[in-house]
Design a protein around this ligand. Structure first.
Ligand code: ADP
Ligand code: ASP
Ligand code: MG
Length: 426
């Protein structure tokens, strides 16, 4: 008998038929003798639809109210799923994040889980029921305000609950068969990865591979939670995210792949501060202002200054959702910093090549740039780390770039196309 956490994403519970199908899967696990906790996302694109609705009401809705609104999506799916399971003769009880004891900090819209008081979940399991928990939500410790964990946050709910109850595995059920060498929606020849280390998965997730939320991978690594990413639409084995991968390599059982995959991200924008005085302290001033607006930045490029003017340009990328905040903050200090103008561009895309083995292999960047040249794609910015090379391209060229790089690094599968079972890719 095992203790299992199963998380079902929005596309797995998109309508009544899908909810009944998932309920069957859960009932089977329960009947096989396992104790099952289920974490569920909002149905289909409900979260996006609620966001759009709020934006029709107000351009900048209060974050506290936004969180209460968005948590409604997961409440709908959790109760419907509990009903569907009960219909199959298996007892099920659903819980909101608050009822399930998911305690967070008070940062609305991207709260962090600080504790899971799982007594209510344990009681449900002890009574023989399946516990269904609404993903993506929690409650603050002192004020009892409802919070959400950021997009894709149900993954993190699932891992946090798995850690709290000491589950044997956290199964993340989605609309593809696991983690692939690239998004199967863009690269049908992408290959399923059977095992991936936390470190490589962290870099894939941080680079935009939204199949797992970044924070969920961080949480799993810190707490040693084994994650199994798989499809709710098939019975295939998926991808195991664990340190055993690294252990197996150390024991010489598995050769470390040089490249784990190609990730892409279309959610960033680029700000260019034009005509910045090239003197000590201006970069600090600019980025202090951006940080003061509570905006995280990603890549930075500073051009060589023109000797005749002593002025330079600084470009950086940031989440497009923070674009307005950052440019408004910078405009307010244009006079005191003394730059010429600001340019804002949200039609960029980011491609990242990720692989723990690349640190000991020269020529990876050269090969990447060569593949983009051959595909006629211009590179606008570059950044590298030990195990990642990222480039910025035009957004409408990003898909072609991902396919070209995937092929250049011999990642294409020889045995058939990757299946996308559902979802809209939003
Ligand atoms: P869910 O609703 O189940 O949480 P998500 O849409 O958040 O599903 O994540 C699954 C999607 O992630 C897939 O449909 C796929 O388009 C996308 N994806 C991006 N990169 C990858 C990758 N490397 N491997 C698998 N899926 C990926
Ligand atoms: N429903 C939330 C979202 O769409 C959380 C999740 O699906 O994980 O981001
Ligand atoms: Mg998701």
């Amino acid at each position: 008998m095992s203790l299992i956490v199963q998380k079902y994403g929005g596309s797995s519970v998109a309508d009544a038929t899908a909810i009944k199908r998932v309920a069957k899967r859960i009932a089977e696990a329960k009947r096989a003798g396992d104790d099952v906790v289920v974490v569920v996302s909002a149905m289909g694109d409900t979260t996006d639809e609620l966001l759009e609705l709020a934006n029709e009401i107000s351009p900048l809705p209060p974050l506290r109210e936004m969180d209460i609104l968005l948590t409604a999506g997961e409440r709908i799916s959790m109760s419907l799923l509990a009903m569907a399971i009960a219909n199959l003769g298996v007892e099920a009880q659903s819980f909101t994040g608050q009822q399930a004891g998911v305690i967070t900090d008070d940062v609305h819209g991207r709260a962090r889980i600080i504790d899971v008081k799982a007594s209510r979940i344990r009681q449900a399991l002890d009574s023989g029921a399946v516990a269904i928990v609404a993903g993506f939500q929690g409650v603050t410790e002192h004020t009892n305000d409802v919070t959400t964990l950021g997009r894709g946050g149900s993954d993190t709910t699932a891992v946090a609950i798995a850690a709290a109850i000491g589950a044997d595995v956290c199964e993340i059920y989605t609309d593809v068969d696991g983690v692939f060498t690239a998004d199967p929606r863009i690269v049908p020849s992408a290959r399923k990865i059977d095992r991936i280390s936390y470190e490589e998965m962290l870099d894939m997730a941080a680079s935009g591979a939204k199949v797992l939320m970044l924070r969920c991978v961080e949480y799993a690594r810190r707490n040693g939670v084994r994650i199994h990413v798989r499809s709710s639409f098939s019975g295939r084995e998926g991808t195991l995210v664990t340190d055993e991968h690294a252990d197996a390599q150390e024991e010489g059982q598995m050769e470390q792949p040089i490249i784990s995959g190609v990730a892409h991200d279309r959610t960033e924008a680029k700000v260019t501060v034009v005509g910045v005085p090239d003197v000590p302290g201006t970069a600090a001033q600019i980025f202090e202002v951006v940080a003061g607006a509570d905006v995280n930045i990603d890549m930075i490029v500073q051009n060589v200054s023109a000797a005749s003017t002593g002025l330079t340009d600084i470009s950086f990328t940031l989440p497009a959702t923070d674009g307005q905040k950052a440019t408004a903050a910078l405009q307010a200090v244009q006079g005191s910093i003394g730059f010429d103008s600001l340019q804002y561009d949200d039609t960029i895309g980011k491609l990242s090549l990720v692989g723990a083995g690349m640190k000991s292999h020269p020529g990876i960047s050269a090969k990447l740039f060569g593949a983009l040249r051959d595909a006629g794609i211009n590179i606008e910015m570059i950044s590298t780390s030990e195990i990642r090379v990222s480039v910025i391209t035009r957004s409408d060229q990003l898909d072609d770039a991902v396919r070209a790089v995937h092929t250049a690094f011999d990642l294409d599968s020889s045995d058939g196309e990757a299946v996308v079972y559902g979802g809209t890719g939003r």
